[in-house]
Design a protein around this ligand. Structure first.
Ligand code: HEM
Length: 478
């Protein structure tokens, strides 16, 4: 017998019971009724929902060979976004792509980029001083700058950088094509012929445009590095290392070009999401902000800015970042596919079953996170990073070696450094309306493959005259 789950309707299955936005919330509610692993149907295709971290480890870690396949949604195939790494389903190309990522993202390699990272963080701080309302744009500029350095050795200085502009178009296209509520429909192959869901020619035209933009971006980036190499100007990057240090022809050029391009998809928006959520939580939880600022002041003082090496001596700041990631995991759900029939806990999982890994739900499991919807950094004080319930061990994915996030070390370093430096120098607060009353932003987040807080305004001001001097002194970073 298959896993139990909410009873499906004839023909449509559970389709009409799924909301069109934020499916993860409904998946989580069902988990409370049907348990940590349950099955739903869309039309005749079974989907297995993994709603706790334990369930994900039992299935995706312990049986990684059976469950590491990625489904190939029709629209993803049409746009060519499956070429690269994030949705690459060809095992050989995926292996090659992940090897390339490790050339730059392993902790040992990352230390090379530390100065680059701190430079871009300081640019963000300086930009927030002069144009606080544009904080989301500054965060985007930060993550784009770091991703471009790592993928192509491209130093982003101008906010109008044409390469970043094109990459943003691609990232938006990618997010749109992989929206989870389209996902479920798209990833059932026969639905590609279902006119009600995929409006005919308009849709095909869009896929063609996405494809063209993606391919030209990948080619342009690749050529840029080749030109830099020829001129002796290339800086160490994924593309440079693959071209110069790898054996010639070992990895096809298009694998290099698409993988480098997808560093941007994997790395830029996820971190934008986390840092924007951090700002939001600071607006809403002034007492947490004061506590974290007090820790930074006491431990680091005002003679220098903190860096990643300070993480252990700033446990409250570290706990704060963990709690942001728990309540606002940038990626709410990912999918896998069962490669063969399997029997799990006595239930049958048929080959071809789509696996929905519900990070959002698993990070709100009441048995691990009492009062799960509240923002409480203290829950992480004294908890080791190796704790299996720690958000750093959940929000970056499961499935040993094959499929979890290769950018985790970079993300942890970037998020910590940025958060600690912002706390040292700025006060973040609600804006006031015309009557002097604080305007508290909404808790809501957007729908999508990567979710963000819905746009909000807040006040970001230097904490003191001395903080202002430090920020002014960062001018030379620009
Ligand atoms: C807070 C920040 C981040 C979070 C929460 C996050 C989370 C994730 C998750 C959940 C996945 C999917 C894993 C799976 O399919 O099971 C993923 C994949 C990926 N991430 Fe991250 N990520 C973050 C930052 C980054 C950064 C900074 C980079 C690189 C610069 C990066 C690069 C990638 C890539 C390339 C993949 C695709 C890997 C593959 O599918 O084989 N990520 N990430």
């Amino acid at each position: 017998t298959p896993f139990p789950g909410p009873p499906p309707a004839p023909v449509l299955g559970n389709l009409l019971q799924l909301p069109t936005t934020k499916v993860w919330e409904r998946l989580n509610e069902w988990g409370l009724t049907y348990g940590p692993i349950y099955q739903i149907h869309l039309f005749s295709t079974p989907l297995l929902v993994l709603n706790t971290a334990e369930a994900a480890r039992e299935v995706l870690d312990a049986k990684s060979v059976l469950y590491s396949n990625r489904p190939l949604p029709k629209i993803i195939e049409m746009t060519g976004f499956d070429k690269g790494v994030v949705l690459e389903h060809d095992p050989l190309r995926l292996r090659q792509a992940r090897k390339l990522l490790h050339l730059v993202l392993q902790p040992r390699q990352l230390s090379y980029y530390r100065a680059v990272l701190e430079h871009h963080v300081n640019v963000l701080l300086h930009n927030c001083l002069h144009e606080p309302d544009g904080f989301v744009e500054h965060i985007r500029h930060l993550t784009a700058g770091i991703a471009m350095e790592i993928s192509h050795g491209h130093r982003v200085t101008s906010r109008d950088d044409p390469f970043v502009k094109k990459a943003n178009v691609f990232a938006d296209n990618f997010a749109e094509a992989s929206l989870p509520n389209n996902h479920i429909v798209d990833w059932l192959p026969f639905l590609a012929n279902f006119p009600g869901w995929l409006p005919g020619m308009g849709f095909k035209e869009k896929a063609r445009r996405y494809r063209e933009q993606y391919w030209s971006l990948a080619e342009e980036g690749h050529q840029m590095v080749k030109d830099d190499i020829a001129k002796g100007l290339a800086r160490p990057s994924l593309t440079y290392k693959a071209l110069v240090e790898g054996k010639p022809g070992e990895v096809p050029d298009d694998v290099i070009a698409f993988t480098a391009t997808q560093v941007y998809t994997g790395g830029a928006d996820t971190t934008v999401s986390t840092l924007s959520s951090f700002i939001l939580f600071m607006v809403k939880h002034p007492e947490v902000q004061r506590k974290a600022q007090e820790e930074v002041d006491r431990v680091i003082g005002s003679d220098r800015l903190s860096s990643f090496a300070d993480r252990e001596s700033l446990p409250y700041v570290d706990a704060l970042t963990a709690e942001v990631l728990r309540l606002r995991p940038p990626v709410s759900v990912v999918t896998r596919e069962a490669g063969q029939d399997d029997t799990h806990n006595g239930y049958l999982v048929e080959k071809g079953t789509i696996i929905l890994v519900n990070f959002w739900g698993m990070l709100r499991a009441e048995e691990h996170y009492p009062d799960p919807h509240s923002f409480k950094p203290e829950r992480w004080l004294g908890k080791d990073h190796s704790d299996p319930t720690h958000p750093f061990n959940v929000a970056f994915g499961f499935g040993r070696r094959h499929v979890s996030c290769p950018g985790q070390h970079l993300a942890e370093e970037l998020v910590f450094t940025t958060v600690a430096r912002i706390l040292a120098l700025f006060d973040i607060a609600p804006i006031k309306d015309e009557h002097g009353v604080s305007v508290i932003p909404s808790d809501d987040s957007t729908n999508g493959g990567i979710t963000f807080p819905v746009p909000f305004r807040c006040s970001i001001q230097p904490r003191s005259a001395r903080a202002r001097d430090v920020l002014e002194g960062l001018e030379h970073e620009l």
